[in-house]
Write a protein that binds this ligand. Structure first.
Ligand code: ATP
Length: 518
């Protein structure tokens, strides 16, 4: 199955089972805005808890806040977003479609990369075990020519962006003969800068002074509260402030499902540190964040760091944690050493002193900041795409069958336990409900009595429920049930009274959080 097909399947699976719906679908939808359905909301909440607890509960010196979406407009002047939060956009005159110039170039590069990959796969087959990919890349003329094309375009684009040379960006698109995917033409407008912030008016006075923005990142809510939190919490450096909340960006090209949305959620943590210690903390947080991802049992080859060559105006070191989405490796999380840029800017624009008195050093200074910033929706997509599996299985009668299973890490699964009476009679439903009534305070349980037991198992597999118990006639005799494991499909008979312990050891967030401590 091609990667594109897998991605399409994941999207329709997410809709079919109530994870994600297009926003306002009955009105034909709103582009790049999505709603989380009944199972999606559960999964999203579990990811949030995992992140929040790993930050706030596991670190004595990290606290969490919840700041407002609306902020004073000067915040965005100070942060640089009013002047510099732009994307280069270009329109195709025939299709009237708008694109991000950098994305067009990125897609062009990806196509060439795909050609290189094809050559490599072909050669791998031909040479078998003796194949040396590095040597092949360095010597094969076709691969070399394609790699040169990529390097040339990347260098030209990087230089053009650094020099703010939008005419050159257009020229790159023309020289690469990039055509509009819709009209197929190369009839492009000039490239312009486009600010990504949504604005709106505060109150009833419709003048410039009342223009406010929907925050494009949650981080600024943390910076402007730095002093409040530090003083009221009597916190000493280093300490962190974490926050989960909505952010809004008027993305020019919104595509790839929930990867790039116009309304999305971020989980950000700003770690305030002594100037000069930023390299150490950068390494520490890189390691900690990667550990957080790997604790989910993610295939290690799905994750990698990508260090930035071109740093944002506020950063002196930056890396992305990239995840192998169905459409390739893309940014999932950013880790940035932001120096004293943000607090310094707010100090300047507000005229208020934003400093820390360091008893050890006996001096005051503006703290440095190390940031970790992850998109909740992107994390959701990462979990969903890593867990989607189509399997051929053998039934008891020896026949083959297909199943779709979401192998979601048990601690994040929307439903943790399905309770299934074998038949709808003989008191089995009552017994099943009795079991749920004792477990529902600790676990998200789901009762289902419709259809054959086999079909019910399939449905639970498809929504990622890690355990299903079946209540049968033997249950009434000796208070035992069969418990079925989603991944192995093995069934064991256990005592009802053992269920809380079994579940706790396998599906609780604690088991996941403990992995972070080792
Ligand atoms: P990209 O280069 O993909 O646009 P970015 O570098 O602008 O992302 P940051 O400003 O570093 O992103 O934001 C931090 C995190 O927020 C990203 O790593 C990503 O997970 C998430 N994020 C950013 N923009 C979006 C979006 N439009 N939709 C969903 N998540 C987003």
């Amino acid at each position: 199955m091609s990667q594109e097909d897998t991605f399409k399947k994941i999207i329709s699976h997410a809709k079919e089972y109530g994870f994600i719906f297009q926003s306002s679908e009955i009105y034909d939808g709103l582009s790049a805005v999505y709603d989380y359905g009944q199972l999606g909301a559960e999964l999203k909440n579990n990811i949030k808890s995992y992140w929040w607890k790993s930050m706030v509960m596991l670190h004595e010196n990290i606290v969490g806040i919840d700041s407002a979406i609306f902020m004073h407009p000067t915040v965005w002047k100070a942060s640089g977003h009013v002047d510099a939060f732009n994307d280069p956009l270009i329109d195709n005159k025939d299709s009237k479609k708008r694109y991000r110039a950098d994305v067009l170039i990125e897609d062009y590069i990806q196509k060439i990369e795909a050609k290189i990959d094809k050559e490599i796969t072909k050669a791998q087959k031909r040479f078998g075990d003796s194949f040396d990919e590095k040597q092949f890349r360095e010597t094969n003329p076709r691969v070399q020519a394609n790699q040169k094309k990529i390097d040339d375009v990347l260098l030209r684009f990087k230089t053009a962006m650094e020099n703010d040379d939008l005419a050159e960006v257009k020229k790159i698109i023309e020289d690469a003969e990039i055509a509009c995917p819709v009209s197929g033409s190369r009839n492009w407008t000039d490239v312009r800068q486009f600010n990504l912030m949504f604005d709106t008016k505060l109150g009833s006075v419709n003048d410039d002074a009342s223009t406010i923005y929907l925050r494009p990142e949650t981080a600024q809510g943390i910076f402007v509260n730095y002093l409040n939190v530090q003083k009221s919490g009597r916190l000493n450096l280093p300490f962190g402030i974490a926050q989960i909340g909505k952010a809004f960006r008027n993305e020019i090209v919104a595509r790839q499902f929930i990867f790039r949305m116009r309304e999305f959620e971020q989980m950000e943590m700003q770690y305030f540190i002594q100037p000069g210690t930023e390299k150490k903390w950068f390494e520490t947080w890189k390691e900690k964040r990667m550990k957080w991802h790997k604790a989910l049992g993610n295939d290690e080859s799905n994750l990698k760091f990508h260090d930035h060559d071109k740093l944002a105006h506020y950063a002196n070191a930056a890396t992305d944690i990239e995840f192998k989405f169905p459409f390739g490796f893309k940014e999932l999380e950013g880790i940035h050493s932001r120096t004293d840029f943000d607090l310094g800017q707010h100090q300047k624009f507000s005229g208020k002193k934003i400093q820390y008195f360091d008893n050890e050093r006996n001096e005051s200074y503006v703290p440095y900041v190390l940031e970790t910033s992850i998109g909740l929706d992107r994390m959701f997509l990462a979990v969903l795409s890593a867990s989607y599996k189509e399997e051929t299985i053998e039934k008891e009668d020896g026949k083959k069958d297909q199943r779709v299973v979401l192998a979601i890490p048990p601690a994040l699964a929307p439903i943790q336990l399905a309770v299934l009476p074998l038949v709808k009679k003989d008191g089995l439903p009552d017994k099943a409900r009795e079991i749920i009534n004792t477990l529902k305070f600790d676990f998200n349980c789901h009762y289902e009595e419709k259809d054959s037991i086999g079909r019910r198992y399939r449905r639970q597999d498809a929504i990622g429920t890690p355990y299903a118990i079946t209540v049968d006639h033997e249950t009434l005799e000796n208070n035992t049930v069969t418990i079925r494991d989603r991944d192995t499909m093995e069934q064991n008979r256990v005592k009802i009274e053992e269920l809380p312990e079994i579940l706790r050891s396998k599906v609780s967030l604690n088991s996941l959080l403990k992995k972070l401590e080792n």
